[in-house]
Design a protein around this ligand. Sequence first.
Ligand code: DON
Length: 577
Amino acid sequence: MLSLRAKKRVRAVFAALGIGALAASAARAEVVSDPASVRGGLVVSVDPVASRIGAEVLERGGNAVDAAVATALALAVTFPEAGNLGGGGFMLVREASSGAAYTVDYRERAPRLATPDMFLGTDGRIDRRAASVGWLVVGVPGTPMGLWTAHRRGGRLAWRDLVAPAIKLAEEGFVVTAILAEGLESQQEDFTSFREPARVYFDNGKPPAAGSTLRLPDFARTLRRIAEHGAPGFYVGPTAELVELAMIAEGGLVRRDDLAGYEAVIREPVRGHYRGHEIVSMGPPSSGGVALIQMLGILEGFNLAESGPGQPRTLHLLAEAMKRAFCDRARFLGDTDFVPVPLERLLSTEHAARWRSTIGPRATPAAAIGQGLLTGTEANETTHFSVIDAAGNIVSNTYTLEGRFGAKVIAPGTGFLLNNEMHDFNIRPGQTDETGLIGTEPNLIAPGKRMLSSQTPTLVLHDGKPLLVLGSPGGRTIINTVLAVLSNVIDHRMTIQEAIDAPRVHHQWEPDEIVVEPGIPVATRAALEAMGHVVRVGPAQGDCHAILIDPATGEFIPGADRRRQGGAAGIVARPER
Ligand code: DON
């Protein structure tokens, strides 16, 4: 129950936001889990506890940015597979009052000691282990600076109050979900061999059982420094010193200078159109928005509604659009602070039309699309959440450690996992092949450079009003998951939940195959094969946590992906008893 003072504060806040009905009637705001729809604000994330923490911030008068900061920090505690302090990501924000949108790029950067061939052995081959786990693959973390930067630009509540719920979770403990228990169990070998993660997450060498309480005291101390000093409490001082100490001892490259010099960047989003809707998404150093807008541009020339969702013709056209955009991604995309990227051309309707004209009723071989480019595995461990507040401010945020639990290393005493994001660079210069390895120049390693991402936090508007907030994890599949959900809503008029639940497909140019979720029927797969596609059944694709703003009623409708454990929390106004 809220105290009388708190109730007054909530009403005052709603009044300040212009929520007249709530302010005038004696209504009180209340946080509800998994609502069908709400008007007072909504958070949808992979973790019901983190969603609720975000919604409670909204209830206390915080805006969408405040709620996003609190949700992200809570996820760093409760969902360590991807939620993080030691990783990075991208936040897309739209301000309701001005209609302006901006992005916060808090992508990890290569440390100053990094070199283009740092993952190659003396035989010129990739050292697969070093390029996926351990100290060498760690990029300079961006998350604390990203959240701090977003808060300084758009937050309203006090910073320390947004860190407080995460500190409480870490200090007092939280209930281990079945997903986390299974995740930690699966890491027993690596966590034990890297020692500190086992000390932090295991009890006498044993992973915690589902339903048990997990406390993270080191993590809480790191968070307290962040609460007190903001991002500098992470990037300089004891946390940075502990990270450097471990890096030097273990052969990693990140140094105090890299941490002290890390900057998050406010960038313009990329924009495009699809059947009368405006698409606002993340530009470089993510490839997500560019590839999404390219694919939509190609698909706009086909009537997908006519062939229908999940039908062979629809999936064929999606796959053909995917191949072409992913080929451009390999050829052109990288960190625009380091390499020129022909963004205007890639996003143009002319370019989309040219690609479209090369699509026929049969599959085009990937090699034919990428002529001159070819010279000769990605997991599901990022996380996306979507937030809207009562005033209509929006945050679409994707962030990650890259692989599940990142590099699986923790600097002793800090309590948080470090990312393995260096893996997202093109780590074998010059080698682009049918296995999906890309060695093109724009995304080669350079000191200070941000590695190319596929994260696609996105916002869709119709008639200038927000309609859809969405994003997903899944490496390169992210872009195609966002494409599928968006097309399901716009082309096939599905509800947001149907759009999320529908089985997905993925093509990334190379390897030349369509990977389909098990839900795609056998007959559909056979029809695609008859068109010349190679079809492979893969695991569940993505984890999209979205919000639809009902154009008729203005209500916020959550779409939580149940492929993992998604959950929404929203604010409703209840009449005073
Ligand atoms: O930034 C990227 O595109 C990848 N590091 C994201 C990794 C990912 O999504 C893995 N699992 N979901």
